[in-house]
Design a protein around this ligand. Sequence first.
Ligand code: ATP
Ligand code: MG
Length: 567
Amino acid sequence: MSLEEYTPSSNFISDIIEEDLKAGKYRGVHTRFPPEPNGYLHIGHAKSICLNFGLAEKYRGLCNLRFDDTNPIKEEAEYAESIIEDVRWLGFDWGDRLFYASDYFEKLYEYAVQLIRNGKAYVDDLSAEEIRQYRGTLTEPGRESPHRSRPVEENLALFGRMRAGEFGDGSRTLRAKIDMASGNLNMRDPVMYRILKSPHLRTGDKWRIYPMYDWAHGLSDSIEGITHSICTLEFEDHRPLYDWFLDALGAYRPKQMEFARLNISYTVMSKRKLLRLVQEGHVSGWNDPRMPTLSGLRRRGYTPEAIRNFCDRIGVAKTYSVVDIALLEHCLRENLNRSAPRVMAVLRPLRVVIDNYPENVVEELEALNNPEDPGMGTRRIPFSRVLYIEQEDFREEPPKDFFRLAPGREVRLKHAYIIKCERVVKDEKTGEITGLHCTYDPETKSGSPKGERKVKGTLHWVSAAHAHKAEVRLYDHLFVKPETEDENQCPDFKSCLNPNSLEVLKPCYVEPGMAGAAAGSRYQFLRLGYFCVDSASSSDGMPVFNRTATLRDTWAKIEKKQKTAGK
Ligand code: ATP
Ligand code: MG
């Protein structure tokens, strides 16, 4: 699926937009994706990105990328850069509309002055702790601050002095004068500005006060003329506040709509927890291939198409749910099955000598690059007397349903010949199997007229003298419990970490044609799964392959079961 073909499926938000357009409420659709540059984007953000940019695409509107950079303490340039890279990688384009909430700091200040003039905001001297105490609870009303009825002139003067940096961090705030008895805690005189003498990434030392998210967010949407402001559910209770601010200022009011956050089984999605994984060294960084971050998924071998398709298939709803990670993997397999060339690689090598194959002869065998797409062509693979096969493809004492190699048994080597195991070689001391002696049947070459004699097992292999060494990293879920975010299942998320989420194998052997594979290249290793050349490391000069996914599609099974259950 190319981006040109990408139009998101309908959902309750697109239904509302369509009604609005039909009713002539808006001339076009203008959305935005508003990340805070305080961490890397994850697959949950991808849902919001696909929704916002996708709706703009669907209705031939616009979508802005806007950084909500109101908290200089937690924000870093590295994060902002990674966000830009990730949204681009997903395939979306904001044109010349890359904005920052900090672009509006001056304007927001003027708006605040306007509210003070109208008697709708006041400077408070209560500390953060006192404000919390005065706020009340869900069952008890709050109490009004003793500074609530300060005269307008005094408020104006104090607010000006706050800006000038005359007061210490946290010593005063600017608050909206709304209703301390409101049933909605967000309406109990929320803080609009705090004093914070921290340099800001973009405005440097210019500001000594910073707008709170709730003050900046709705106004930024209004300033940019956003028609449909799409948020996650936790902002539903903030909507009355945004409306109050905008109405008090007589400003344009976008239409806010909320949807449920994406959660995925066996992983965490909160930036705070992801940061802890990085800081405490449970993963190698934000882009560790086990992370649900977009940079981690990219390094793991995920394609933008697979992620966009996943975001579309999970739909948009208002109820909390945890999506099975098997669906994400299913979307990936669907995509890679069509696009990834097949190759052969041996992860745990077992040496095989074909005794009746001449020494010093090398045959070049023809192999299809992708049976799903003959257009991807063919390649030649060397076959010779000494090969590697997978250790687990041989059993000295095979169980009943084992159809691979065993003493006296025959199997086909993919694209090559049928071989028969004649003798097992063992380490004299340990008894460990170190190699096999086999014979081949020259009449059985794949593709030759007489070559199609049937045997039960087909194995992948590489020619020992021609194969290239590689390191392969196998990944499993980061966590052992499906609902990792559920405090009942994982009271401390660290205790739920999967100690076996990474397994490193080396040396492994890959077909010679893959020697120079570029970072990020994706392959299907026959019978083993999808693999991608790591972009961040090599191992003693060997390329590193990350296992993107196994071939086993558990989602297809789940879907089938659901369908039969529904009948
Ligand atoms: P924070 O707690 O730091 O605010 P956040 O995950 O909300 O974390 P933002 O940078 O504020 O991060 O998110 C940007 C946008 O992405 C917001 O509109 C937010 O609603 C949306 N978003 C974040 N997490 C998810 C998720 N899991 N599913 C869907 N949308 C999400
Ligand atoms: Mg947020």
